[in-house]
Design a protein around this ligand. Structure first.
Ligand SMILES: Cc1ncc(COP(=O)(O)O)c(C=O)c1O
Length: 372
């Protein structure tokens, strides 16, 4: 079979399985983007970006180790570290780049990875690239993780990696227990805070910034992104200074790529104090998320173990999920269906962001009952 025949055949298989994906521009009330604080179109963001373009122009023209570095990257890294309580931070292009390169950069020959089964694709691909011996623990199951850790050799270097808020389920990792296991079994702990930044933790600094946790010393690497609550793009790896120095020298997805636009770094830097002050928006997100989750529960729809602003409505049937998503979209609600292979159980994935009003929740609830 030739290459084009094989591609044609594969595409047909996808279509026959009703899994053909295509690109669609946004329309309707945004219940699906990761613009959790509604900053992507805010006046602040637009002004900061314009300011950044005026000061720095376009691209950085080279990787940061060649001629792409600017002072604004260091300023951003310092201010970000202060916010999330870290010794230092490395800024790079996006979260996928951070996750795909990190494990490979820090692994050694004997490193074993312990990974939550539902971690994001970028983490799973990072594991593949690292080529490390990996154990996948049942989603959020700390007993299973501990069993696996007990079975591994004391001499092996071990890395535990987990998201703090899971992107498709809206449930949360038990960070305290992850830290206890890290200490008991002498592991490196990596937490991906992509979906928590801006929404949870002290001043929106992520779930690792809460009472009883000292992220500075308890967590080795934390990943944050600029593409979600910031409404921009970029990623941050927060860690110790020595680990940052090591990454600058080893992280291939940092070294061998053009540095991000300095204007983005400028806007991200200016948005940090804005986000820190958005407690009213955060409270509203919690309140409306609870209200929506309660509605689904009262109507016997499972939202899994979601306790955050990410609310899956687990319908378990691919066709029913995609049809309902289409009907909701046709009625002005931008809600997308998520199905295998991205998740095991098909679901609507609803995000409650700061631009959502209580009236939107109320009208969505009545429309849902009408359409379902
Ligand atoms: C948990 C998690 N980590 C990393 C990423 C990748 O981040 P980015 O969109 O900045 O590439 C995502 C993206 O959705 C994510 O959900």
């Amino acid at each position: 079979m030739s290459f084009s025949e094989r591609i044609f055949q594969k595409l047909n298989d996808i279509k026959n399985a009703n899994r053909f994906r295509f690109l669609k521009e946004p329309s309707g009330i945004d219940f699906c983007s990761n613009d959790y604080l509604g900053l992507a179109k805010s006046k602040d963001t637009i002004n900061f970006l314009k300011e950044g373009i005026t000061i720095y122009g376009g691209g950085s023209t080279a990787s940061r180790l060649i001629r792409g570095h600017r002072e604004i990257f260091s300023t951003l890294e310092e201010n970000f570290s202060n916010w999330v309580n870290s010794e230092s931070t490395l800024f790079l292009a996006n979260g996928f780049m951070a996750n795909i390169g990190l494990l490979d950069a820090i692994k050694d020959k004997s490193t074993k990875i312990f990974c939550d089964r539902l971690n994001h694709a970028s983490i799973l691909d990072g594991i593949r690239l690292s080529n490390c011996d990996t154990r996948y623990f049942k989603h959020l199951d700390m007993n299973h993780l501990e069993d696996l850790l007990k079975k591994s050799s004391l001499d092996d270097e071990k890395i535990i990696i987990s998201e703090t808020i899971f992107s498709m389920d809206g449930d949360t990792a038990n960070i305290e227990e992850l830290i206890r296991l890290k200490k008991t079994y002498n592991c490196i702990l990596i937490l991906d805070e992509a979906h928590a930044l801006g929404v949870y933790g002290r001043g929106g600094a992520g779930l690792s910034n809460k009472d009883g946790i000292d992220p500075y010393s308890d967590i080795d690497f934390r990943i944050f992104t600029g593409g979600k609550s910031f409404g921009l793009e970029g990623a941050f790896i927060s860690c110790s200074q020595i680990n940052k120095d090591f990454l600058i020298n080893t992280l291939r997805s940092f070294i061998f790529t053009t540095a991000p636009l300095p204007a983005i770094a400028h806007a991200l830097n200016k948005l940090i104090p804005v986000i820190r002050n958005m407690n009213i928006e955060r409270e509203l997100i919690y309140k409306l998320s609870d209200k929506l989750r309660l509605f689904f529960k009262e109507n016997n729809y499972s939202t899994g173990n979601s306790s955050t602003h990410i609310i899956p409505v687990i319908l378990n049937d691919e066709l029913i999920t995609m049809n309902l998503a289409s009907k909701l979209q046709a009625n002005g609600y931008d809600i997308r269906g998520i199905r295998p292979p991205t998740v095991k159980e098909s679901r609507l994935r609803i995000n409650v962001s700061a631009h959502i009003k209580e009236t939107h929740i109320d009208s969505l609830c009545s429309k849902f009952l009408e359409l379902v």
